[in-house]
Write a protein that binds this ligand. Structure first.
Ligand SMILES: Cc1ncc(COP(=O)(O)O)c(C=O)c1O
Length: 456
């Protein structure tokens, strides 16, 4: 690593001594000291105590402007005052009732109207929703196989933990990738039934479907992959998938766990392509754990007690349902989302101007309330293989300088992206860009000290 990085790391460790202590205590009782592997990073994870508006405070009392927003959950920002008020009242009247809550159908109706779906089933996490979606697709079609895209992430479910972040060595042919399990403990038989295609390559999907189409229950994708940075679908790609899924009677599933909070009506409305099923989570309940599968009546109606299982003790509990209603009707309104998108655009343009001025090898990709910077010589990141051209060393330098200047630019990983909330201000964006300007100068100088690996 560079001398600048070493100096910044020293500073980071001086500012975050309490996190280091907590980490040392945590590893005694929890592997790697975190309860979601993605929260771990070197030299130790940061531990936080408080969030309010666009701000976060770590255990050492350092204040940050937060653009991670819990991996895109908090488009409403931290503890939005409207939500706080509503939740106080809810907590006083019972948080879980053990029977269906009287307002669940109201939120289901709001979802149906806003996201143009027929029916909804609630759960708690994104991973549950995607696991249910593929179960429904299998039950509806009577088929076994699922087609997913290399680099897309859909949560913990074994069938979908395939080719999430495969190394180049294991990934195989770029157009017809290997099926690479993303964890030990996943059965070979399960992996075998998850086919993998490259994102943005319709021809490859057609070829795979020509061989396996009649066995494919569902095609699942993030309409904007946000677990390999920020990848936009090429014009016609989503529509092409729609046509292929229809041709083979496979269920087209948009995993909108992230994208549902990036545009008012989600990605399906933004791109004007209608999936058969959609999954949502993260942003819809303003920070409370609520997820859902929604979609066409004929598929959703296959969920019959004793026939197709859908269950969960915490499903549609009053806390999360109330949070969902308040968030979607009073906080993430059309106007508020439009304003957050304007700020996201200001951030994206600011990044681009700085890149143009300094001529550093980097590109910005964005839409809606999110986007990212990729440190790469590639012209565009369009799939997992082009994402692999992103340089980690420069990104690490970017992260550490951002943190040391009081900005969490995104979750800790070059495969993540910023989220702008309805509580961010222009001043927050300006501060973020000010720090990026400083980083770009370092990166420019670094090109002499540590040349970037050529994109292949
Ligand atoms: C697109 C997508 N789907 C599903 C999930 C899983 O959601 P959860 O972590 O709530 O289970 C994630 C999590 O980041 C995601 O990004």
């Amino acid at each position: 690593m560079s001398s600048v990085y070493d100096a910044e790391m020293k500073k980071f460790m001086e500012r975050t001594k309490r996190s280091e202590q907590i980490y040392k205590e945590s590893v005694k009782v929890t592997p790697f000291g975190v309860h979601s592997n993605y929260r771990f990073f070197e030299p130790y994870p940061l531990y936080f105590t408080r969030g309010k508006g666009s701000r976060l405070w770590d255990a050492d009392g350092n204040e940050y402007i937060d653009f991670n927003l819990a991996f895109g959950v908090l488009v409403a920002g931290h503890s939005h005052p409207i939500l706080v008020e509503a939740m106080k009242e809810r907590i006083e009247n019972g948080t879980i009732l053990g029977f269906e809550f009287e307002d669940s159908h109201k939120l289901a109706r709001i979802i149906c109207e806003r996201f143009r779906v027929d029916m909804v089933k609630f759960s708690s996490t994104g991973g549950e929703a995607t696991s249910y979606a593929i179960r429904f697709a299998r039950a509806y079609t009577g088929r076994k196989k699922i087609l997913k895209f290399e680099g897309c992430y859909h949560g913990f479910g074994d069938s979908l933990l395939v080719s999430v972040k495969p190394s180049k060595a294991k990934a195989g042919h770029h157009r017809f990738p290997n099926q690479v399990p993303a964890s030990q403990g996943i059965l070979e038989e399960v992996v075998k039934n998850t086919l993998v295609a490259p994102f943005n390559d319709l021809e490859a999907v057609e070829t795979i479907m020509k061989t396996h189409g009649n066995e494919v229950a569902g095609i699942i994708l993030e309409p904007i992959p946000m677990n390999m940075g920020f990848v936009l679908p090429d014009p016609g790609f989503l529509k092409g998938l729609r046509d292929i899924a229809s041709e083979y009677n496979s269920v087209l599933i948009f995993d909108e766990v992230k994208t549902c909070g990036k545009f008012y009506g989600g990605a399906a409305e933004y791109f004007k392509v209608e999936p058969d099923l959609v999954t949502m989570g993260k942003a819809i309940a303003g920070g409370y754990p609520l997820s859902l599968v929604a979609g066409k009546k004929e598929i959703m109606n296959c969920v019959v007690p004793g026939v197709v299982s859908h269950a969960g003790t915490f499903n549609s509990n009053p806390l999360c349902i109330t949070a969902g209603i308040v968030t979607l009707t009073r906080i993430l309104t059309k106007d508020a989302i439009a304003e957050a998108i304007r700020l996201s655009e200001m951030l994206a343009k600011g990044y681009q101007d700085i890149i143009n001025d300094t001529k550093i090898p980097a590109i910005v990709q964005w839409a809606g309330t999110s986007g990212t910077v990729h440190f790469t010589k590639a012209k565009k990141i369009k799939d997992w293989r082009s994402f692999l051209t992103s340089e980690v060393a420069r990104w690490m330098l970017y992260l550490i300088i951002m943190l040391n200047r009081g900005v969490v630019p995104m979750a800790p990983g070059p495969d993540e992206q910023w989220t702008v909330s309805v509580q961010h201000t222009k001043e927050d964006i300006k501060k973020h860009l000010e720090v990026f300007k400083e980083i770009a100068e370092h990166v420019r100088r670094l090109d002499k000290e540590m040349p970037m690996v050529e994109a292949i």
